[in-house]
Design a protein around this ligand. Structure first.
Ligand code: SUD
Ligand code: ADP
Length: 297
């Protein structure tokens, strides 16, 4: 018997970042939107914990106990006095180290898959607790849809969304490390007093109305200057997507994936084609959101 869970990527339509906290994390107002690019994690009983991964970026995924899927299985097993004797296979389609939370998605998916396989019957609250221990982005991968994350991004409030938003994601030639981008953010902010991060009311209204033009005016990522500072070529990708007719373009989370909001599915195909031809990215993917979070298939 095995259990497969499908789990989406995310884009941050707003990422407001406060000053570094004593624990090294940053308080955020993090508005997540789950989009239709998916990994699938399959859990199968085995003699011991084993992780395998297939997909175009599989070579960049660690297969040891640092893999977030392995960490999720170990955390659930420990809480329930079980042995994490499971083979986790990740069918990876979410770009790796791209600011689309693929590793976090695999953590949430593995947790749900092991819970179903082992019959642990963990309730939603326990699953969300374990997710928050695994990483700031992991709880959102479990719930999906759209949500405001506060604290370090792990405390979620579901958001109403009045329509479907269409996106193009330009995948970069190399990855960016999330801690390195936050460190660069701190360096750029040195000597300034940063305001408390708060969600923009215009942005929440645009989401609630399903209004792509209003959302395009309101998107904002405080990590974008830091990502551009570490990866200056991303400015060319942003310019290429905007020139191709996107309503707006921004760095997704800590990057280096760039996200382009477009009016509809036809515009998405056009902008993706133009980005692939621009020579400013490795490839371009089309996806819409919001979509549900981790789901047993
Ligand atoms: C920036 C965001 C935006 O959604 O994601 P990505 O774009 O990388 O996917 C997240 O905040 C990333 O969340 P996640 O990748 O789960 O990070 P964690 O494992 O919790 O933390 C990794 C490191 O990032 C930094 N970090 C993370 C979250 C936060 N609120 N403040 C931080 O300073 C810290 O240096 C931390 O040690
Ligand atoms: N299941 C996983 N899939 C991808 N990366 C993982 C996974 N588990 C751990 N990692 C590590 O996490 C790093 C960040 O990966 P990822 O979650 O894809 O990007 P981001 O944090 O930018 O959204 C990778 O470089 C890799 O070393």
């Amino acid at each position: 018997m095995s259990v497969t869970v499908r789990v989406p990527a995310k884009v941050n339509v707003q990422l407001a970042v406060g000053a570094a906290r004593p624990d090294g994390y940053h308080d955020l107002a993090n508005v997540f939107l789950a989009v239709g690019l998916y990994d699938e994690v399959t859990a199968t009983p085995a003699d011991e914990l084993r992780v395998t991964c297939a997909g175009p970026d599989a070579a960049q995924v660690p297969l040891d106990r640092t893999n977030l899927a392995a960490r999720a299985a170990l955390a659930l097993a420990e809480r329930h006095g079980l042995e994490a004797a499971v083979h986790l296979h990740i069918a990876k389609d979410i770009p790796v180290a791209g600011g689309m939370a693929g590793g976090s998605a695999d953590g949430a998916a593995a947790l749900l898959a092991c819970d179903a396989l082992w019959g642990t019957g963990a309730d939603r609250e326990e699953l969300l607790d374990i997710c928050a221990e695994l990483g700031s982005d992991v709880p959102f991968a479990l719930v999906g849809g759209a949500a405001l994350g506060t604290g370090r991004g792990e405390r979620l409030t579901a958001l109403e969304v009045g329509g479907t938003f269409h996106w193009v994601f330009a995948v970069a030639e190399r990855g960016l490390s999330t801690p390195a981008v936050f460190r660069e953010f701190d360096r750029l902010a040195e000597g300034r007093t940063l305001p408390e991060p708060v969600a923009s009311q215009d942005l929440l209204d645009a989401l609630a109305k399903g209004d792509a033009d209003a959302l395009a005016d309101a998107v904002c990522n405080d990590l974008q200057p830091a990502a551009l500072s570490l990866f200056p070529e991303l400015a060319d990708t942003l310019a290429a997507g905007r020139a191709a007719g996107a309503l707006t373009g921004l760095v997704s989370g800590s990057g280096p994936t760039t996200a382009f909001l477009v009016r509809d599915a036809a515009a998405a195909r056009e902008v993706a084609k133009a980005l692939r031809a621009s020579g400013t990215c490795r490839t371009a993917r089309v996806a819409a959101g919001p979509v549900p979070g981790a789901t047993v298939v």
